[in-house]
Design a protein around this ligand. Sequence first.
Ligand code: SF4
Ligand code: SF4
Length: 164
Amino acid sequence: MSNPCLKCPTDQSCCRELHGLKVNDAEFKQLFEGKSEHLTVLQKGKLYEISSHGSGPCPHWDQQCQVYGKRPMDCDLYPYTMGNVFEGEGEVYATYHSRTECPLTAELLGPREAAEALIRNFLKDTYGEHCKITVRYDEGAARIYHLARRAAAKAKRLMFADKP
Ligand code: SF4
Ligand code: SF4
């Protein structure tokens, strides 16, 4: 399986600075349980949010992902990423967005239908076949992120315009 991130202009920053990766119990046990001394793990209902200590790399990164063929769904989903997940009685509501720093977003971002199918399968595996699942793209999160990026770029342009 070829890894398009090998040509990443940021030298794979999303794997080198692991922050808030969402995994389920099966993924946690398979990939992260034995590595937890390097990680901050927050359990939220049936999901875990994983970050490396001091914004360090994912324990599976060594110049490239060493578990690419069995990486967690949230990595496969990127540059979409999971947002909030609300668990209720027999139902779960999840959001996702494309508010990421990936410089190859235009190339890697697939159709939303494919992203939603991936998330649905993940949630079914996590919460069970009979759980009612709702998945929504979070337009608000994406818009706020892109506005903030534009404002930051404009501020940078103005800052350099002042220089002689
Ligand atoms: S998803 Fe984007 S930012 Fe992350 S390693 Fe791949 S190309 Fe780089
Ligand atoms: S599992 Fe692989 S793709 Fe996911 S964050 Fe770790 S190194 Fe990156």
